[in-house]
Design a binder for this molecule. Structure first.
Ligand SMILES: NC(=O)c1ccc[n+]([C@@H]2O[C@H](COP(=O)([O-])OP(=O)(O)OC[C@H]3O[C@@H](n4cnc5c(N)ncnc54)[C@H](O)[C@@H]3O)[C@@H](O)[C@H]2O)c1
Length: 334
């Protein structure tokens, strides 16, 4: 018999990722949906053959629910994720784990108190090209990493979230808190930590609301662009940019410059991973392309979370790692 899971927040990420990936997971038997907008919960329950809960307490108090995905908006992760943990549920929390490091640390305390699994959905770690790049870096195939360059940008969340308009919560200070930094930047900061087995320590950044306007035509309250220079604890230097104003195709690329060559990730549509050596040799890896907002392939996040529960393993992305990433985001926005 499989496990029963629940999803809090039935918007876009629940619909495109959590629900279909739980549905496809052989260890999951039933999905219960909750959203404060009940119609959204009903819609997903119908599509994925699940149940609807009328309140969040109904999920917490149901002893048959083993695990919960927190797919609510950033401002309430610390409430739902902490409460779910304290009620004995394993939790997969969407990124960012919380809107502030302080709130994230409170979640971690709840996790430590109950010993339940807490995983954070930093899904970039799971893509084939990133996994392969990590393997090459760990094997020191091209020597030591010296510098890096990474970016993540698309045309903005107003065409992604369930509310497809400029009144989206992503543009509100009290709901998103961190704008594009916590939305897209956090993925790349976590990716650099993962690939380099290192942590970003020093940050110099510029950020601004350059183009996006809210429903009243006023510049949004959070940043739509960030550019930064970074230094890791091990002394690697890098640059990064995060944007909601890359109108045209999404840019999700990373370059890792090493002593004996360069690793280029997601720079050309049909070449997810390419290596150029100092001697001029070029190696192209044929791997699956990355998910984009318009092309959602399986992220692997949900399977990894379920696997950590079924086989009682440490989750692939821990609360401590998510806090290390969030600390960088806070520094970027200072
Ligand atoms: N890992 C990724 O690549 C990725 C991609 C997109 C979004 N996300 C994250 O997923 C989360 C949700 O984003 P989304 O794009 O699905 O947004 P969305 O606006 O499409 O959906 C959010 C849903 O949460 C519900 N909600 C908000 N507050 C609630 C509450 N207090 N109780 C119950 N339900 C509540 C809303 O009614 C809405 O249906 C965010 O934290 C976002 O950063 C992650």
């Amino acid at each position: 018999m499989g496990i029963k899971v629940a999803i809090i927040g039935c918007g876009s990420i629940a619909m495109h990722r959590h629900a279909p990936e739980y549905k496809a997971n052989p260890y999951v038997e039933q999905i219960v949906f909750y959203d404060r907008n009940e119609d959204r919960a009903k819609k997903l329950a119908k599509k994925f053959d699940g149940q609807v809960a009328k309140s969040v307490e109904e999920l917490y108090n149901d002893p048959t629910i083993v695990a919960i995905s927190d797919c609510s908006t950033n401002d309430v992760h610390h409430i739902h994720t902490s409460q779910a943990l304290l009620n004995g549920k394993h939790v997969l929390c969407e990124k960012p784990l919380a809107t502030t490091v302080k709130r994230a640390e409170e979640i971690l305390k709840a996790q430590e108190k109950t010993g339940k699994k807490l995983m954070v959905a930093h899904n970039q770690r799971f893509t084939k090209a990133h996994q392969k790049a990590k393997e090459l870096i760990e094997r020191k195939e091209l020597g030591e990493v010296l510098t890096f360059k990474t970016t993540f940008g698309h045309g903005g969340p107003e065409s992604w979230g369930v509310n497809k308009s400029n009144s989206t919560w992503f543009f509100k200070k009290e709901r998103s808190f961190t704008g594009v930094a916590g939305d897209l930047g956090i993925h790349k900061i976590d990716l650099i930590h993962f690939l380099l087995n290192d942590e970003i320590d020093e940050v110099h950044a510029f950020h601004g609301a350059l183009d996006k306007v809210d429903e009243h035509g006023k510049p949004i309250e959070v940043c739509d662009n960030v550019v930064c220079a970074l230094k890791t604890k091990k002394g690697r230097l890098g640059t990064a940019s995060f944007s909601w104003t890359y109108y045209g195709s999404e840019d999700n690329s990373t370059t890792i410059y090493c002593q004996k060559g360069t690793i280029k990730i997601y720079q050309e549509p049909n070449v997810p991973l390419l290596i150029e050596t100092k001697q001029g040799e070029v190696v192209k890896y044929q791997l699956e392309p990355i998910q984009t907002n318009d092309n959602q392939t399986s992220s692997g996040v949900i399977d990894a979370f379920v696997d950590s529960i079924i086989h009682d393993k440490e989750p692939a992305i821990t609360g401590q790692q998510a806090i290390a990433t969030l600390k960088v985001i806070e520094k970027l926005l200072q």
